[in-house]
Design a binder for this molecule. Structure first.
Ligand code: SER
Length: 332
């Protein structure tokens, strides 16, 4: 017997019953709530692993289930039970953690993806498994990085993301599984913090600013990376899965970006609100070498053309919203 959740399904689209794997992570926690808002609370299952149980609104507002991506049977049981037609597979280790646990990163990212794709093939589910700016490498053109270009990353995170793209396309071409994805840039949010990524500094800096503490930046001046505010990332993940498939020339995965900045630019943007905010540098060699291998700015024209990608937030509007939301959150 399923609990009856308070339901206001607002949208009739391609997705009806959705499973989010990794629903308590940085993107998953907000994506699950956004999907529930749009598709009805009872139609979105929050998949989590032991030790990362959903809490608060995420737990109360809809169904949740243990879904360990490395266990194919568990995925299959949940897909069957909830008649899932779309899977958002967000289980992954971020770039810095993946360097210290490469085998686990592969197990979650690739063996896990294989499980998801196999279940999707048998039960006819569409699958979204994000790729990243990390799928590029030092040999990739760094300015205006094209959609189709050299992808020879040297990090385990990047290697698993390129493999994700290839395996997802393989399942589409060979079995017709409706796989689609974006290459996310650094995602900035004020709800669940990221853990162990190279772009985390662009979240941490806001927490320091709001707490009135100086910020020690682990990424050097002049290091540009693509970034995006969470509301745009959620729209990207949902709009791509709702897009007309006949318009998609690419599938796995689309470059998308909203802004490109270096630490000085985000610092200056914060100083417009908090003029006495202070930042110093203590460059982390691993993070810096990873950042150096990633694009400075991606060309996302294919996403714009093929499914209407268009971000809302730029650096200053994001800063404004981050500082407002975090001031409220940290006061509680
Ligand atoms: N935010 C990720 C990381 O820094 C990149 O996709 O690892």
């Amino acid at each position: 017997m399923h609990t009856i959740w308070l339901d206001i399904p607002l949208l009739v689209g391609r997705m009806k019953n959705i499973l989010v794997i990794g629903a308590t992570g940085q993107i998953g926690s907000e994506l699950t709530m956004e999907l529930r808002k749009r598709y009805g609370n009872s139609n979105v299952v929050a998949g989590y692993i032991t030790g990362a149980e959903p809490k608060g609104e995420l737990k109360e507002s809809g169904p949740s289930a243990i879904v360990d991506v490395t266990d194919a049977e568990i995925i299959e049981n949940v897909v069957k039970e909830y008649k899932i037609d779309t899977i958002y597979n967000l289980a992954a280790l971020l770039s810095v953690v993946a360097e210290s646990k490469p085998k686990l990163a592969w197990k979650i990212g690739i063996d896990g993806l294989w499980n998801v794709l196999e279940v999707a093939r048998v039960y006819g589910c569409a699958v979204f498994t994000p790729s990243s700016i990390g799928s590029f490498g030092i040999d990739t053109p760094h300015i205006n990085t094209p959609q189709d270009t050299i992808q020879r990353p040297r990090t385990m995170y990047g290697i698993s993301k390129v493999t994700t793209e290839l395996l997802s396309d393989y399942y589409y071409n060979k079995y017709g599984v409706d796989t689609r994805a974006v290459r996310f840039p650094g995602i900035i949010s004020n709800v669940t913090p990221p853990g162990g990524g190279t772009t985390d500094y662009a979240v941490d800096i806001y927490y320091s600013a709001v707490k009135g503490e100086p910020f020690v930046c682990p990424i050097g001046k002049g290091t540009f990376m693509d970034m995006m505010y969470m509301p745009d990332a959620l729209n990207a993940a949902i709009n791509l899965m709702e897009a007309d498939p006949t318009k998609l020339v690419h599938r796995n995965a689309f470059n998308i970006t909203a802004m490109s900045f270096d630490p000085e630019m985000i610092y200056q943007s914060i100083c417009k609100h908090i003029p006495d905010f202070q930042m110093t540098y203590k460059v982390d060699p691993l993070k810096q070498s990873i950042a150096n291998s990633w694009p400075d700015s991606m060309d996302d024209s294919c996403a714009r053309k093929e499914w209407g990608w268009s971000p809302i937030y730029d650096l200053d509007s994001m800063t404004n919203d981050m500082l407002n939301k975090l001031s409220i959150k940290l006061k509680k």
